[in-house]
Design a protein around this ligand. Sequence first.
Ligand SMILES: Nc1nc2c(c(=O)[nH]1)N[C@H]1C(S)=C(S)[C@@H](COP(=O)(O)OP(=O)(O)OC[C@H]3O[C@@H](n4cnc5c(=O)[nH]c(N)nc54)[C@H](O)[C@@H]3O)O[C@H]1N2
Ligand SMILES: Nc1nc2c(c(=O)[nH]1)N[C@H]1C(S)=C(S)[C@@H](COP(=O)(O)OP(=O)(O)OC[C@H]3O[C@@H](n4cnc5c(=O)[nH]c(N)nc54)[C@H](O)[C@@H]3O)O[C@H]1N2
Ligand SMILES: [Mo]
Length: 767
Amino acid sequence: MNKKSEGHIAPYTRPAAGWDALKQVAINLVRERVAGSNYKTLFKQNQPDGFDCPGCAWPDREHASTFEFCENGVKAVAAEATSKRVTPDFFARHTVTELLRQSDYALEQHGRLTDPLVYDPASDTYRPIAWDEAFALMARHLRALPDPNQATFYTSGRTSNEAAFLFQLFVRMLGTNNFPDCSNMCHEPTSRGLPGTVGTGKGTVTLDDFEHADTLLIFGQNPATNHPRMMNELRDCARRGAAIVSINPLRERGLERFTSPAHALEMLTGASTTISTLFIQPRLGGDFALIKAMAKRLVERDDAARAAGQPGLLDREFIARHTLDYAAFEADLRTESWDLLLAESGVPRAQIEQLTEVYARGKNVISTWGMGLTQHKGAVKTIQMLSNLMMMRGQIGRPGAGLCPVRGHSNVQGDRTMGIEDKPSQAFLDRLQQVFHFAPPRAHGLDTVDSIQAMLDGRVQVFIAMGGNFAMATPDTPLTFEALRRCALTVHVATKLNRSHLVTGRAALLLPTLGRTEIDLQHGVAQGVTVEDSMSMVHLSYGINQPASASLLSEPMIVARLAHATLGSDKVDWLRLGGDYAAIRELIERVFDDFHDFNARVAHPGGFHLRVASREREWRTASGRAQFVPHAVDTDTPIHRARARHGARLMVLMTMRAHDQYNTTIYGLDDRYRGVYGLRRVVFINPADLAMLGLRAGGHVDIVSVWDDQVTRRAGRFLLVEYDIPRGCLGAYFPETNDLVPLHSTADGAGTPTSKSIPVLLEPCGE
Ligand SMILES: Nc1nc2c(c(=O)[nH]1)N[C@H]1C(S)=C(S)[C@@H](COP(=O)(O)OP(=O)(O)OC[C@H]3O[C@@H](n4cnc5c(=O)[nH]c(N)nc54)[C@H](O)[C@@H]3O)O[C@H]1N2
Ligand SMILES: Nc1nc2c(c(=O)[nH]1)N[C@H]1C(S)=C(S)[C@@H](COP(=O)(O)OP(=O)(O)OC[C@H]3O[C@@H](n4cnc5c(=O)[nH]c(N)nc54)[C@H](O)[C@@H]3O)O[C@H]1N2
Ligand SMILES: [Mo]
């Protein structure tokens, strides 16, 4: 128990969701002061005639007849439907410097932005500006750049397909591929890794496959908090007798037992479903070695079975017909050292054998993964190794089986499909050239980390963000702040105030926009936008609430007016497109073959499935076959080097989400399933490490990064909390810990910050 604050620690013993979740919903609706007329919104989320939940990218059951209840979806909707407003009057009363001293939670609580604002350095305040003047100011800055590559354009994953398509078209017509996006910090290793093995950077399953799966491997994911609607799928699988394994350093309570709020009887009787039957707790970043060990064990078991005259365990027909380089891959497995795999994974051999049995017994296996696999140095090769493992038994491209990366933001996958991509393919650029008659820039652009470095170096002068909270979501916070402050102009299109808006360039704009829950009228006609979920379903979303303010513009209209002001409308009639999203969809259809008959197909309830070639065993690799990719265990990483210097005191830190946050948006201060109440500055640690370090639970420490530059990265005063987490591993929440992530500590081949494997030391601080 912590005496100095109101927070406390108390283990959670009930099943996930259930009545506790309902209670939290009520609390949130009151806290957000959601207007009575906006309550109905909650029942329209993910319904055929409603809007797509802005919460996460988990798909919806087609024609869902019951309200798919989701506590955190309600929080996301309530946060947008709040009746609180942050008006020009508020900004006149508070300087930016003053606002910077408020917590992220407090900033969020001020409510929805109502008017376009411009930063006034003389008074250090944001002041109202007319929309036309705001666009003229941006156009002036952009046109004045000697090289369009001196501007960079960030996208967060709530942006609709229509807005994203216009955004990328405008930016490429301007002349750059500088498209940092939230995906760079998220599933980029998935998008870069999968094409090298199965040819397509997307998942191969749909919700229907969950109905036929008998085995689920859940790697590095906390669905009870981050994808609550996935829990209903897991519940149904568990009830059918499917084996469900959670592979996670933390034994997440939400994956143990679950009471479904969608099932009245379960709620009334307090019944719950056991979800995971097996918990494997690798050390942070140990998944690569673990998966490789499973593959090695599978080869050994296959040898033994065949020697005994039984059928083998590998799907040799699949391997022969569909894949390349299995022999080299198997040879590498045979020579790999068990000792090394055990040491690097942190999982005992008996458990690896048990896990391999579960996998080998599965007729239909789905592997899902989240940030626990992607935010590491070796993330790309880990994902490729998982793909290898699944291919060994032909578990890709047939019903009930496959690869299931679980994306974060509700349209992050769609934004990438639409061309928010710093490394666009030449074929895509050719198509843009054909359809729009201009010469798109061909050189690769800047991603998120590159953009920060370029701003620091003065190579980028203008930063424009379509949503998100760039300053808080990115690593190395003080450096990122400095980067933004060195810009000539920073612009944020946003729904609610966040810290990024307070870290201004010499000139700065804050432009308020409609949220997805709001009615978007253009020329008196309600517009729908489309989004693509994590399983490649594309569907329409119509807002139903009155806009938070009469001055809001939609994202597509903001892009259209910016493009018109900057480039003129000779080649593209921007303003017409900004006022008619069906017309934007007609252009999308001309650029992407998979979107043929877009308007007609998306009008069907539930939308349509965007074809994923690998799901149909069409491999879009250079050879036309799925590729086995051998990879060695890396024993010379920054963590190995830091451990060589500091010995057992060296800890590895993961930064993750608490239950009451949406990325950088803090809704509340609890993390219910992990038993943390009213506190965010906590660090989870194994009791044996506490003893080894001479520390005690309830004490406070500073966390200090170990990195091979001269920068001191420190996050002060965290409460030590004993937890069931492997030795040498720590867990804490982001964004409070982003100061600790070195900017250039990124995933090989993907540039993703290594937010889940930061080498650190703990320093006790006085009470
Ligand atoms: N309510 C809510 N919903 C959200 C979000 C939110 O913030 N709040 N964010 C959205 C976004 S953008 C995303 S990307 C997703 C994120 O959803 P998740 O991927 O679930 O996100 P995290 O909380 O970052 O961490 C996931 C899990 O990874 C585990 N983990 C950490 N390191 C390792 C490792 O080395 N190996 C393994 N096997 N596991 C590890 C952690 O213990 C944790 O359980 O959720 C989306 N949905
Ligand atoms: N240390 C650490 N860092 C991380 C992570 C981690 O696990 N650890 N996770 C990473 C991941 S997975 C991700 S995806 C990124 C997230 O990075 P971002 O996407 O940049 O961050 P969010 O917190 O989701 O952005 C929230 C803001 O978006 C704005 N917003 C909300 N809805 C809308 C809308 O409809 N339109 C517009 N224009 N704006 C809107 C609001 O102003 C809100 O304040 O963070 C990454 N950073
Ligand atoms: Mo994400």
